[in-house]
Design a binder for this molecule. Structure first.
Ligand SMILES: C[S@@+](CC[C@H](N)C(=O)[O-])C[C@H]1O[C@@H](n2cnc3c(N)ncnc32)[C@H](O)[C@@H]1O
Length: 261
């Protein structure tokens, strides 16, 4: 299913590729969601459990279920010592395999652009959440260039290579995303922009990380000839903000929305 589109099947590699940025953004997101402690959570599209672990760090949950369509990611999540008692289950977001009003808080972290029907996904999150409970989500602003991969994607475009966006990238922009919450009948809908600094110790760290076989760009980069890869490296050397000590830093940003059932 969506796993083949999103290509996120290696939990360990994902940790280096996105997990560390997901964690920084996820911490801000959870501070903002400000859910009471001791609640039951459903983490939709939990992946390798990077964000699930942040739920434990921030919200002392009474119970957490993480679902994801990638068995490779779930296998990694199950090895995490930071999510004691979490149950990881193979499932996509639509439909959710739970009864009505099953959870206090339902979240979707960095997933909405990958689901085939975002409106159905938000309606499902609202359905499985208890009255008064929270439905919250955040996603890199893909059309706005907020994803940590944006520098790589820009350089690929500059040398004439195609780039891929997840199927529903448009729903990572703030207004379409907010509208999904409103259309799902959620109340007290609020939104905010999350900003983090993405940092690589040098060019090779950037290159090795951004060419890992993960995410929609991976296949395009893997299939490039040696000559095209060299061209891409040269373009990146020109376009990346490389500091005199070699460090590369730039901002990534994401849109967050929350509402109550
Ligand atoms: C960028 S990762 C985010 C993982 C995790 N939530 C985090 O914040 O680190 C996107 C995740 O969405 C999952 N995914 C893709 N399609 C999905 C769908 N239809 N339903 C639920 N999850 C999906 C992928 O398997 C992947 O684990």
């Amino acid at each position: 299913m969506a796993e083949s589109q999103s290509n996120f099947s290696d939990g360990a590699a994902y940790e280096r590729f996105m997990g560390r940025w997901s964690r920084l953004a996820g911490q801000q997101f959870l501070n903002w969601v400000d859910a009471p402690k001791g609640k039951s959570w459903l983490d939709v599209g939990c992946g390798n459990g990077a964000f699930t672990e942040e739920i434990y760090n921030h919200a002392a949950p009474s119970a957490v279920i993480g679902i994801d369509p990638s068995e490779g990611q779930l296998a990694f999540a199950r090895t995490r010592s930071g999510t004691p008692g979490a149950k990881y289950q193979l499932s996509g977001a639509t439909p959710l395999p739970f009864g009505d009003a099953s959870f206090d808080v339902t979240d979707m972290a960095l997933v909405i652009a990958f689901v085939p029907d975002p409106a159905f996904a938000v309606a499902e999150m609202a359905r499985v959440t208890k009255p008064g409970g929270i439905v919250a989500s955040y996603m890199w602003d893909l059309p706005g260039g907020g994803v940590p991969l944006s520098q790589m994607m820009r350089a690929m475009k500059e040398i004439g290579c195609p780039t891929l966006q997840p199927p529903n990238a448009a729903f990572s922009s703030m207004e379409p995303k907010r509208q999904l919450w409103i259309d799902a009948g959620l109340k007290s809908v609020e939104s905010m922009v999350i900003r983090i600094t993405v940092s690589y110790k040098d060019f090779e760290d950037f290159w090795q990380t951004n060419t890992l076989p993960l995410g929609p760009q991976a296949k395009i980069i893997q299939d490039m000839s040696t000559e095209t890869k060299e061209k891409l490296r040269a373009q990146l050397q020109k376009s990346l903000p490389i500091a005199p000590d070699g460090r590369i830093e730039f901002e990534a940003f994401a849109n967050a929305v929350k509402g109550n059932v």
